[in-house]
Design a protein around this ligand. Structure first.
Ligand code: CP3
Length: 344
């Protein structure tokens, strides 16, 4: 039946025949067919050409029995559209050319109207919905405001988050202004993705775990909350993934999301108890466990399924993105095991 995919059923906490599974970063470098295409095109070209983004999105679904597709794109796409030049250097990851460090640095940034600023994303979604019809539902996504602001202020990935925290503590007005601009952009971006056809959206707060509980409350929570409130008007399930955030779990739940994504550092059963059974949960196999022998992977998959106790609303996933060197047959073994071990 149309739209009666087990992934969407689980998002609505309805009964399923078995637990649905997908993998964060499933469209990416661990697949030789991705690497082959990447040899011919730059990363930005792949993100900005709908046909290429569509192809990469579909690649993992040709190999595995995945229960959802996630749009191939990057959390940095809307930041570039806001006016921040981002260069992608081989082997080093994306680098922000002019990091935001002061009020004056905000001048070059603008809030975007996503449908106009990044039309290629919406076009990829529209094509994907046609290609995926009857096969799998499509997940759209965005980075969360703190994670995106960190990227703009640090200028790239970071260990200590020194620059973004310095801005936060010494010039809170500028920090909050930046967060407001990003939040408005994220709301426009996710709303446009939903209107283009994304059936579920995930907010990635990958770096928020560097904040203590008081700082989360003041500097991240209000913005995440505003995003989930704004998305309420669409009848589309939302996933809130906060990485390394077990100490922030209650606040993450309060900020919003129909499904709470958890990493592997916490016990899924206990996390769900804290979250409450009126929400779904997504997770949480450690990505590195896919390097273990298959019987060990089976053991770990089984343990997570037992922790979820076959309650409706569990979506199996890795606790964070799949690593580029992951053996493909191990990923397949994990996916098949989830379906087999959780069959009702
Ligand atoms: O999940 C998916 O398959 C969808 C696509 C997706 C990508 N990036 C593709 C990508 C998603 C959801 C992201 C999210 C993302 N991007 C995050 C947050 C997600 C998380 O893991 O918590 C962050 C912090 C980024 C920023 C980013 N993009 C970095 C740090 C890098 C370089 C390092 C790395 O991990 O690859 C990228 C590049 C990137 N984004 C690649 C892919 C497939 C690799 C590009 C290449 O070399 O071909």
């Amino acid at each position: 039946m149309k739209d009666d995919f087990r992934f969407l059923r689980a998002c609505r906490r309805q009964e399923v025949d078995c637990t649905p599974v997908w993998m964060m970063r499933q469209a990416g470098r661990y697949l030789p067919e991705y690497r082959a295409l990447r040899k011919k095109h730059s990363f930005w070209e792949m993100c900005k050409t709908p046909e290429l983004a569509v192809e990469v999105t579909l690649q993992p679904l040709r190999r595995f029995e995945l229960d959802a597709a996630i749009l191939f794109s990057d959390i940095l796409v809307p930041l570039e559209a806001m006016g921040s030049a981002i260069e992608f250097y081989e082997g080093r990851g994306p680098v922000v050319e002019r990091p935001i460090r002061s009020r004056a640095d905000l001048e070059g940034l603008k809030v975007i109207k996503a449908e106009e600023a990044v039309p290629f994303v919406m076009e990829a979604i529209r094509i994907l919905r046609r290609e995926l019809a009857g096969k799998a539902p499509l997940i759209g996504f965005s980075g969360a405001p703190f994670t995106l602001a960190s990227y703009l202020v640090e200028g790239g990935g970071s260990k200590q988050y020194q620059h973004v925290k310095t801005l936060m503590y010494s010039d809170p007005q500028t920090y909050h202004r930046l967060m407001e601009m990003i939040t408005d952009t994220v709301i426009s971006y996710l709303s446009a993705q939903i209107q283009a056809g994304a059936q579920v959206v995930q907010l990635f707060d990958s770096w928020v775990g560097c904040l203590g509980p008081c700082d989360y409350r003041e500097y991240a929570f209000p913005y995440n909350r505003r995003i989930f409130e704004a998305l309420n008007r669409f009848n589309v399930p939302t996933i809130h993934f906060a990485n390394q955030a077990s100490t922030l779990l209650e606040q993450v739940v309060e900020a919003g999301g129909d499904i709470i994504g958890v990493d592997w550092r916490q016990d899924l059963g206990r996390a769900w108890q804290t979250i409450g059974y009126d929400r779904g949960i997504q997770g949480n196999l450690e990505p590195v466990s896919l390097f273990a022998p298959i019987p060990e992977i089976h053991k770990r998959v089984k343990r997570i399924i037992e922790q979820a106790e076959n309650r409706p609303g569990h979506i199996f996933n890795l606790g964070h993105g799949i690593l580029p060197t992951t053996p493909i047959d191990h990923a397949k073994a994990m996916i098949d095991a989830v379906h087999e071990f959780s069959a009702r």
